[in-house]
Ligand binder design. Structure first.
Ligand SMILES: [Zn+2]
Length: 450
């Protein structure tokens, strides 16, 4: 059941990049924003009379002293990974039915943290479209979802090295070995309901630092042309300068990471109208808190360096009008669901130097483009779908408040208040789900008798 909601007195941050407006009113009915501004309360009364809605059915929410803003859109989130700790676990310890059941619980966490829409590039066992359809059909509760099926990888692999087979499918990966296979699997994923095609453009190669482009131009072009012929956009994981440039030139619509983008890469991005989802959150969490969760020592500096070097070029891209979107890469142990979805905005403010209003736009208006719903979502305007947050705080003064679930007072998703009273959804251990380590350290003789 949709609700009739009148939210009064809050400071409106509308998601368009405009300055906040104090003492604002919003009237919501039938899942849409019906009226905004000073007269919204009057319009609410008129509307109820016209539509035969009893005034008792109008829920009035006093938002005085609070901020009212669009629900967050997380443009890079893996809802089927269940806060995974290793590639081994992700690729070889996950039964497909259990993956779907566990994801349905995690979707609630995502929604409960103020994310009312998200985009999932690739899903374990390709379950993304089924999850999305289950949400849309009201079988399970979750934010609005757009999704890829699996990531397309060449036999070189991605970041999981030789865990990726020479051909076939494993976990979130579909290996493609020729132009024909690329065309075939792009079409198949679209047949299975992909909203996006995901290419894993870079991968790790033994003995070589960082990640390298592991697709050739012809292969990239084949994926992009096939997807575009069927009106489906393409995103690519690019953690290397060359990959950003080549992917933008060959037609990729959204670059994930864009690590170490150089001047030529930026030129290609500008020329081709490519958008970027930097996804600093994973790196920032590792750099700032990796030691607290036992991440390999030495990684902190590497990741901090990657953020700093990439940020300079992302800022330049932003200043030149490139669409920058916010993605948290939630789904890993370092970025668990429900905790870090707004950290990217904080990094955008601190490292890119965006204002809070500009940062919020990356997770609202710009995110709506990744959802392919830019005429329906992302801003608080009359006629838009009613996904919004009431925040007990001022994100303009302190953007980090958006990470604090205790401060996200109300979440309105699809025109209805989300129940935040229930206890936080969490599961106990699942047989065979996690990889057990024999030991966290090597037991040398010296260590034993130290
Ligand atoms: Zn990712």
């Amino acid at each position: 059941m949709k609700e009739n909601l009148l939210i009064s007195g809050g400071t409106l941050i509308d998601g368009t990049g405009s300055e906040p407006i104090p003492n604002h009113h919003i009237f919501i009915s039938n899942g849409e924003i019906v009226a905004l501004g000073e007269n919204a309360d009057k319009k609410a009364n008129e509307f109820c009379k016209e539509e035969g809605i009893a005034l008792e059915e109008l829920v009035e929410i006093n938002a005085e002293g609070k901020s009212v803003m669009p629900g967050l859109i997380d443009s890079h989130l893996h809802c089927s990974f269940d806060d995974v700790q290793s590639n081994d676990e992700l690729f070889f310890h996950r039964d497909p039915i259990m993956v779907a059941l566990v994801a349905s619980q995690n979707l609630k966490k995502i929604l409960r943290s103020g994310v009312t829409s998200f985009v999932d590039p690739d899903t374990a066992h390709g379950i993304g479209p089924a999850l999305r359809d289950a949400i849309n059909a009201n079988v399970i509760e979750g934010p609005r979802m757009k999704t890829g099926v699996q990531a397309l990888l060449t036999a070189v692999g991605g970041t999981a090295g030789r865990l990726i087979p020479d051909d076939g499918t494993v976990g979130y990966a579909q290996v493609v070995n020729s132009k024909d296979e690329i065309v075939k699997w792009t079409r198949r994923h679209i047949k299975y309901g992909a909203d996006w095609i995901k290419i894993h453009a870079t991968g790790s190669i033994p003995g070589k630092p960082g990640e390298l482009l592991v697709w050739n131009r012809e292969e990239l072009r084949a994926a992009c042309e096939t997807a575009h012929e069927l009106s489906i956009p393409v995103m690519a994981h690019c953690r290397g300068a060359e990959s950003v440039r080549v992917c933008a030139e060959e037609g990729v619509d959204l670059i994930l990471h864009a690590s170490f983008m150089d001047e030529q890469g930026l030129e290609a991005v500008l020329e081709n109208g490519t958008s970027i989802c930097p996804t600093f959150t994973f790196l920032a969490n590792l750099a700032d808190f990796g030691g607290k969760v036992g991440a390999s020592p030495g990684m902190e500096d590497i990741f901090r360096g990657e953020i700093e070097e990439t940020a300079k070029m992302i800022r330049k891209a932003y200043d030149n009008g490139v669409r920058i979107v916010s993605g948290s890469e939630s789904g890993f142990a370092l970025t668990p669901y429900g905790h870090w979805h707004a950290r990217e905005l904080q990094v955008f403010v601190e490292v890119l130097g965006l204002s809070a209003v500009e940062a919020i736009e990356t997770a609202t208006k710009n995110g709506a483009w990744v959802m392919q719903m830019d005429d329906q979502l992302g801003t608080l305007e009359v006629g838009r779908l009613a996904d919004l947050l009431i925040v007990d705080g001022d994100p303009i003064n302190d953007i980090s408040v958006l990470n604090d679930k205790a401060k996200i007072e109300s979440i309105i998703s699809k025109g209805k208040r989300v129940n935040t009273e229930e206890s936080w959804p969490e599961h106990n251990s699942i047989p065979g789900w996690k990889v057990g380590n024999w030991a966290g350290e090597i037991l040398t003789w010296d260590k034993a008798y130290d």
